[in-house]
Design a protein around this ligand. Structure first.
Ligand code: NAD
Length: 483
């Protein structure tokens, strides 16, 4: 097995095994080979991770923030030094091409560690003058938090949660997706090497049942989930029961609006990036591409030419631009969406087929003449499938773009910047792009509205979701009681 970790879990500062847990096989989706065999967490493993977190967190929170930041900055350096090896691990686990994982995965995780390591010492409260008295606020950590990850960006998701959680003085028990369990262990190792005390970042493996056990444990004060809306509903129900805060980074069916004055080549680039990067397995993808009448056929012609030039193949070959989907089940799901879109009358412009006899490859697929009522315009596919819809005017496209239960992201391509800002102001989405798409720098808050989620990751906004405010009133005069 090409990527067998030292043990299944990382708990209380060390790798830990418990073979009583169910076997989880990590599969390289390019050829179906098993690259690692691990075990899901037993109740004993989960308990050990949570007990260690409870024990370690108060001392971590009491440290000077610069010290916490320094540990994160050192961990970022370790991830950067190991980038090539981590990229290969992520490629084996997810099937994403090495050309992507070398620049997008551990590297963006390192940026999160740098950003939150850098601002750790600037996380402060306020003083509030009150005439003779005053008040101040403290930004306190929640304590022990739980993170749960999806399978598309495993180490990035782990870092986007661990870096702010730890910078703010929390402990985090993280459960990666059972499909991509490996790189979170490498992050735990890097944090330990960087000097993170034992117990503050543990990784427990397992499926939804382990996730549910983690979320339901009363020792967990806050939960951050990246996953589907269906899972989000379950997790949020559990946290609501305990009146505990939760951040939900869920799915989407985001609109990408191309006006007829847009730079056509840039708009095609945006649509391609927003549908085919990571074989389309990105939550914020602009999968409803609204193209204004007049430029639609020209847009489709360029899109077809460029989509057909995308190099699919061996993910470990640096020349490969698109790899397989992450699992056989996801491949079948995506092919099902394609078949139903054809049956519903959408016009297949390119792709639409499985590529090759083995592995989970689906060619970049574009449907035109898609209408709002079609499944392909309503449901998240999470694969390389773009739906192109027409529109005639601004008011119409805003209404149709917003007519979705989701609200994760949106994009606008136009040379008229006044229109761009006007449209973006009316779009129901947590993250918007003007003349760009899917750019998610750590400095910029990221998250959704409506069914796409709650709370924000990244940027200063994340601090507000990994801390709570304590208000302290200080009386400086005599106490005036009426009785
Ligand atoms: P999923 O919801 O199936 O699983 C996500 C995680 O939740 C996994 O670790 C899984 O084991 C766990 N889980 C499942 N049931 C659970 C339960 N009852 N309690 C606790 N945990 C449980 O999602 P997925 O298929 O891994 O990922 C794809 C989805 O994630 C897509 O909908 C995508 O849009 C979304 N996603 C969102 C973002 C974002 O930032 N908004 C980023 C990446 C992916």
């Amino acid at each position: 097995m090409r990527a067998q970790p030292a043990a299944s879990h990382f708990v209380d500062g060390a790798f830990r095994e418990d073979t009583a847990g169910p076997v989880i096989r990590s599969v390289y989706p390019a050829d179906g080979s098993v690259i690692a065999e691990i075990h899901g967490a037993t109740p004993a493993v989960l308990d050990a991770a949570l007990s260690a977190a409870v024990r370690a967190q108060p001392d971590w929170a009491a440290r000077r923030p610069v010290e916490r930041g320094r540990v994160l900055l050192r961990a970022a350096e370790i991830l950067r030094a190991r980038n090539a090896e981590l990229a290969e691990l992520e490629t084996l686990d997810t099937g994403k091409p090495i050309a992507e994982t070398l620049v997008a995965d551990a590297a963006s995780g390192a940026e999160a560690l740098e950003y939150f390591g850098g601002i750790a010492a600037a996380i402060t409260g306020q003083t509030i003058p009150l005439g003779n008295d005053f008040a101040y606020t403290l930004r306190e950590p929640f304590g022990v938090c739980a993170g749960i990850g999806a399978w598309n960006y495993p180490i990035q998701i782990a870092c986007w949660k661990a870096a702010p959680a730890l910078a703010c003085g929390n402990a985090l028990v993280f459960k990666p997706s059972e499909l991509t369990p490996l790189s979170a262990l490498a992050l735990a190792e890097a944090l330990a090497q960087a000097g993170l005390p034992a117990g503050l970042f543990s990784v427990v493996q397992g499926d939804g049942a382990v996730g549910a056990a983690l979320v339901g444990d009363p020792r967990v004060a806050k939960v951050s989930l990246t996953g589907s809306v269906a899972t989000g509903r379950k997790v949020y129900t559990t946290t609501a029961e305990g009146l505990r805060p939760a951040t939900m980074e869920l799915g989407g069916k985001s609109p990408l609006i191309v006006f007829d004055d847009a730079d056509l080549e840039d708009a095609v680039s945006g649509a391609i990036l927003g549908n085919f990067y990571s074989a389309g397995q990105i939550c914020s993808n602009g999968t409803r591409v609204f193209v204004q009448d007049g430029i639609r056929e020209a847009f489709l012609a360029r899109l077809k030419a460029r989509a057909e030039a995308i190099r699919l193949g061996d993910p470990l070959d640096p020349a490969t631009q698109m790899g397989p989907l992450a699992s056989a089940a996801q491949t079948e799901r995506v092919l099902g969406f394609i078949e139903r879109a054809r049956a519903a009358g959408a016009r297949l412009v390119t792709g639409g087929t499985r590529r090759g006899s083995e592995g989970c490859f689906v060619s970049p697929t574009v449907f035109a003449d898609v209408t709002d009522a079609m499944e392909i315009a309503q449901e998240e596919v999470f694969g390389p499938v773009m739906a192109v819809l027409g529109f005639s005017c601004e008011t119409e496209v805003i209404a149709r773009a917003n007519a979705s239960p989701y609200g994760l992201a949106a994009g606008v391509f136009t040379r008229d910047l006044a229109r761009a800002h006007r449209v973006v102001a009316r779009l129901q989405a947590g993250t918007c792009w003007i003349n760009s798409y899917n750019i998610t720098p750590v400095e910029m808050p990221f998250g959704g509205v409506k069914a796409s989620g709650l709370g924000r990751e990244n940027g200063w906004a994340a601090v507000e979701h990994w801390t709570r405010v304590k208000s302290v009133h200080v009386g400086l005069g005599s106490v005036d009681a009426p009785y």
